[in-house]
Design a binder for this molecule. Structure first.
Ligand SMILES: [Zn+2]
Length: 321
């Protein structure tokens, strides 16, 4: 069977990254040079992923928290920063967060006077957000969300497109639900970043098999333009994702158990099952290398964002035309 680009349907011949090992099977990534978008081959099946989502990286504990309290506080600060950035473009109104998780970002907006709604693909997390903050969170396919056309002033869709089989359909839906002149905020990992190129299969944000699609910055700009959005601004320095992307990639490249540090940062409830068998030696070396790798990761993130003009993850602010 021919592998095809899911954006332009061109046949894809040479794998860009080969034999990425996962608990399910090995995957390759094929890039479409015309679109600047890659696809995980074979395309991970939803039935495999569902089981994986409930036990793997994206699992959260009761109340929706995934990490230890210090990391959770840092995530809260980054939501406040996100609010400030949105308000540069739109002062108030209706906001939809697609992939809202437990609804923390929406709660921050609601307290600021916004009318908020969320979409969460995990029914469990959707229920958690509804219970915790009383936010209207829907799940399932877009046809079932029930929002009227041109209803929202802002739609945020952060780290979602790469998880979808049909990211371009989701952008069509965003366009339909946004009013003319409304703001789309869209974040994805950038497979053309230095951390991606250096890490290859070991890159933290590659995250196969969860990530079905792999965007480059120029590829996402082109896709957004094609869908009737005009990109106003691109942020390539994301403190929540980019330095950690480097940090975990450096550890992965040294040959430690993959994503060990990430799993160590999880909360107590999730840590045990996520870590599995880890040797004491690996733990000690991880702690010893941190004072070296942490500042290095921060410096590399700044270098790639401001000198190379690439981000390990990128956030685009675009207006619906
Ligand atoms: Zn293509």
């Amino acid at each position: 069977m021919t592998n095809r680009c899911s954006i332009c349907a061109k046949a894809l011949n040479n794998p860009y990254i080969k034999e990425i090992k996962t608990d399910i099977k090995n995957y390759d990534i094929f890039m479409c040079r015309d679109c600047g978008v890659g696809v995980t081959i074979p395309i991970p099946l939803m039935k495999d992923l569902e089981q994986f989502y409930s036990s793997g990286n994206y699992r959260s504990s009761a109340g929706g928290r995934r990490f230890n309290p210090l990391v959770e506080f840092f995530i809260y600060l980054s939501r406040l920063l996100r609010k400030r950035r949105i308000k540069k473009y739109v002062k108030s109104g209706r906001i939809l967060d697609i992939g809202c998780g437990r609804g923390l970002a929406l709660e921050v907006m609601r307290r600021d006077g916004w009318e908020v709604a969320g979409v969460e693909f995990s029914k469990e997390a959707a229920l958690g957000a509804s219970e915790a903050y009383g936010i209207n969170v829907v799940s399932g396919v877009p046809e079932k969300w029930g929002f009227p056309a041109e209803h929202f002033d802002v739609i945020t869709i952060n780290h979602v497109l790469e998880h979808l089989e049909k990211p371009s359909h989701m952008l069509d839906e965003c366009r339909r639900l946004l009013r003319k002149g409304g703001l789309l905020v869209c974040a994805v990992p950038d497979i053309s970043s230095l951390q991606a190129t250096a890490g290859k299969a070991q890159w933290f944000h590659l995250d196969v098999p969860y990530h079905i699609h792999h965007f480059t910055e120029s590829g996402l700009v082109r896709l957004l333009k094609g869908k009737g959005f005009r990109v106003l601004n691109i942020k390539r320095m994301d403190l929540e994702h980019n330095p950690f992307g480097w940090l975990q990639t450096l550890f992965n490249l040294t040959g430690f158990k993959k994503n060990l540090l990430y799993n160590l940062l999880k909360n107590r409830e999730l840590r045990g099952s996520a870590l599995g068998a880890v040797s004491a030696g690996e733990l000690v070396l991880t702690v010893l290398l941190l004072p070296l790798f942490f500042p290095l990761s921060l410096a590399l993130s700044i270098f790639e964002a401001y000198i190379l003009k690439r981000g390990g993850t990128v956030t685009m602010y675009a207006v619906r035309e």
